[in-house]
Design a protein around this ligand. Structure first.
Ligand SMILES: [Zn+2]
Length: 194
């Protein structure tokens, strides 16, 4: 049994839609590159909003990323020498939360700096279990906020809309979309789905 590496760690970047999670992930990966450290970036196959295989922020910054179908693909694809291992849009993974946590913990134990970004809550304002569990075991958690489109306060929730009305509670948890489907809202302006 090898001792967990002192350099390994887990960083979680979370928040609602439009809170700048991917921008923050890309910012950290740029620092990794400036430090001349190797990195490996991954994104689940389900995110089809942008060109597949890249992490792309809403403001157009991008980092090349490999597409994975399951979190278990990641350890097999991390090249030797990679210091940072990044995973964007964690909420798109279908894996059991315990499996996501186990893989991230193993990567960190092996010495990698694991940086994970994703939504903390679904459109019902309920936690995404894998991300919630990762937050508990991570060395660093940064919760980003957007701006409420209704009142201009800081927003922590993702309002999914169908024809301008809140999507029903029974709607699928995942629906890929941007401004046409989601609004960032604060606690007061968020409308709970019926
Ligand atoms: Zn508001």
């Amino acid at each position: 049994m090898t001792r967990p590496s002192a350099s390994g760690r887990i960083e979680v970047i979370c928040g609602c839609m439009f809170s700048g999670k991917t921008e923050e992930l890309i910012r950290r990966l740029n620092h990794v590159r400036i430090a001349r450290q190797a990195l490996a970036a991954f994104t689940p196959r389900r995110d089809t909003r942008y060109r597949p295989g890249n992490l792309v922020s809403h403001n157009g910054l991008s980092v090349a990323a490999q597409i994975v179908d399951t979190v278990d693909d990641i350890p097999t694809l991390v090249p030797a020498g990679a210091v940072a291992v990044a995973l964007d849009e964690l909420h798109f993974l279908d894996d059991p939360p315990e499996r996501v946590v186990a893989v991230c913990q193993a990567l960190a134990d092996a010495g990698h700096r694991v940086i994970v970004a994703g939504l903390d809550q679904d459109f019902r304002a309920l936690p995404f279990p894998a991300l919630a569990q990762l937050m508990a075991v991570a060395e660093q958690v940064d919760k980003l906020m957007a701006i409420c489109v209704r009142c201009g306060a800081y927003a922590t929730r993702s309002q999914r809309l169908i024809d301008g009305r809140p999507a029903p509670r029974a709607a699928p948890t995942i629906a890929v979309g941007g401004l046409e489907l989601y609004e960032a809202r604060c606690r007061a302006c968020y409308e709970a789905p019926a």
